[in-house]
Write a protein of this length. Sequence first.
Length: 201
Amino acid sequence: MAKPSVYHEAIKPAAAAPAAKTGKADDPDVAELSPALEPHGSIRATRRGRIVGAVLELYHAKIGLMPLSSKMDFCEFCVAWTGKHRSDDKARIASAESGEEKWRRVPMPWELFQPALRIVGHCLLGPTNSDQLRTQAARASQCLYLRAMETMDARAVLACRSLVRLSQMVEEPIPEPSFAGVEANMAELETMRANILSGKK
């Protein structure tokens, strides 16, 4: 509390006051508010996940306005970020020097996993007529499930498993309702009603 706020002007020490009078009076006081920022070298991996997760939350808030190509690209990025395409695949870790930086496996904490699952779930179950988007979203959900099984995060495993089951339900054809037994049931109910009424008489 004894130190002045960074938003106030710096106060010159009393010893330097006589020396300051000899200089120019119009020179502004310069105070360093913060050291040089180096986001790529100083931000931790977990903090990067939180930042990207916050951006994905904003993306999910406006996902109804996003074009189909953007959703397809996101599902493709989810597949690439997990690093595994099938259960028998080995983790693909591309080096940054190989020109495949955007396809490399990345750390996926829960702060990044949760909004990614929400977006993939919308692509899978949302109001869209694109079978290609549903197929890509189902593939992304399977890859996210495999990645969650590696990290053994209970929240991610349960959420991904539910999403995979929903994707399987979407792929299964919905059977047509059958009304063959309705008439027989109605006739049986009418017979029971007639018997009850005759018994009361």
